[in-house]
Design a protein around this ligand. Structure first.
Ligand SMILES: Cc1ncc(COP(=O)(O)O)c(C=O)c1O
Length: 402
């Protein structure tokens, strides 16, 4: 069977980002994100792990993994986006009310928090985005109402509720919960803080993606040389678009080759790339990569990815599981990494390509490649992690430290 890999041949490929997207993902925007991030607890950079053992096995020059399992005490990169967007939205509201600009440094002042107190933020989530919005709302003193679909586990719901957010359960899938959050919010005049965008709704998801740029900045600070290849997993595509878009903004011609990786069972970016426009795919069996189980891409994300992604591919369930186990039981010389079910999907994309030598050669995956992947989540559902890997996340990390 040939690997489902689609080189980006769209007419927009290689074109610059639209002025608005370029501004959202610019270096100046990342400066602001870093400043806002510094206001939060546990805001240290997450580790960038070198995996020389696995690089050798895969025949690469180097392989680095950014480990977002350690992000802000929340266990996923999503901690950067929702909370950041919420803080900026409060800043914008304070400016409207007081008629003057509020400095980032004053975001946690009593005056600004008094504005937040009157605001309600709502979103739909698979788990991680809602956790971020809930944490941001708690920090600012705002109200958060989080819509969860039938597939969201109790463990994940509990992790959101611990920040004082109200939970609304919705029958159906992720897309149904997005629609319900938008409907109820319109009724109550709440602010929808979504990580996906649709026609006429771009500013807020843009801010969410902007929040992710802090992660890219940390990676580039830590690497001696920028990567030649990046594999980025996708749900609605906001993560991949922010990372690839910001890399293109700061590296220009030297930007790496970017592959967007979808689960085969929820391949909305792959199918959209095939058709040359954002399309909704049919719901099939659910995927273990639960955070990536989205059937319709974010409009803004697709607009960015059609320009800066170089290929779109899908990965199977088995390889996502294999990656979680491999990272917990690493190759000689490598650290152990705790990757949640969706966290290792980018690496699953790389492994899939390596197993297809013709494809690997075609896209330059070989002895000269310096590859970057991002473990987007740790064991955000600890019980499921233990079931899949055979040991708890704590046990895996303890072995590594020992
Ligand atoms: C752990 C993890 N990885 C990747 C993604 C994909 O992000 P996006 O939906 O922006 O494509 C998500 C989204 O929730 C996630 O939680």
């Amino acid at each position: 069977m040939t690997t489902p890999y689609l080189p980006n041949t769209l007419v927009t490929h290689g074109q610059p980002l639209t002025p608005r997207d370029a501004e959202t993902l610019s270096s100046e925007a990342a400066d602001r994100v870093v400043k806002v991030l510094a206001l939060r607890e546990n805001s240290a950079a997450t580790p960038l792990r070198a995996l020389p053992g696995l690089a050798r096995e895969l025949g690469l020059k180097s392989l680095h993994l950014k480990d977002e399992g350690f992000r802000l005490g929340l266990g996923s990169f999503k901690a950067l986006g929702g909370a950041y967007a919420l803080m900026i939205l409060v800043q914008e509201e304070a400016r409207r009310r007081h008629g003057r600009t509020v400095a980032v440094e004053d975001l946690l002042s009593d005056e600004v928090r008094a504005v937040a107190k009157g605001m309600t933020f709502a979103c739909a989530t698979d788990g991680n985005h809602g956790r971020s919005v809930a944490q941001g709302a708690q920090l600012m003193g705002a109200r958060a109402v989080i819509f969860v679909h039938a597939g969201v586990s109790e463990g994940r719901i509990g992790a959101i509720a611990q920040f004082g957010a109200e939970i609304v359960r919705v029958a159906g899938n992720y897309d149904d919960s997005v629609a319900e959050a938008a409907r109820v919010s319109a009724e109550h005049d709440w602010t929808v803080l979504s990580d996906t965008s649709w026609p006429g709704y771009e500013h807020i998801p843009g801010l969410v993606g902007q929040g992710y740029t802090a992660m890219v900045r940390e990676i580039l600070n830590d690497l001696e040389e920028p990567p030649t290849h990046v594999f980025l997993q996708a749900g609605v595509g906001g993560f991949a678009a922010a990372v690839a878009g910001h890399l293109a903004m700061v590296l220009g011609e030297k930007r790496p080759h970017v592959t967007v990786v979808d689960p085969a069972r929820a391949a909305c970016l792959y199918e959209s790339a095939k058709r040359g426009k954002p399309v909704k795919v049919d719901e099939s069996q659910s995927t273990i990569m639960a955070m990536l189980e989205c059937y319709e891409p974010s409009l803004v994300a697709f607009r960015i990815l059609e320009r800066v992604a170089d290929g779109f591919m899908t990965v199977d369930e088995d390889i996502a599981i294999e990656v979680m186990r491999r990272l917990a039981n690493p190759s000689a010389g490598d650290p152990a990494v705790v990757a949640g079910e969706s966290g290792g999907a980018g690496l699953a994309g790389l492994l899939t390509v390596v197993r297809d030598p013709a494809l690997a050669a075609e896209i330059g995956i070989g002895p000269e490649a310096r590859v970057l992947v991002i473990n987007t989540e740790g064991a955000t559902d600890p019980a499921l992690y233990e079931q899949i890997v055979g040991r708890s996340a704590q046990a895996v990390l303890k072995e590594y430290v020992a």
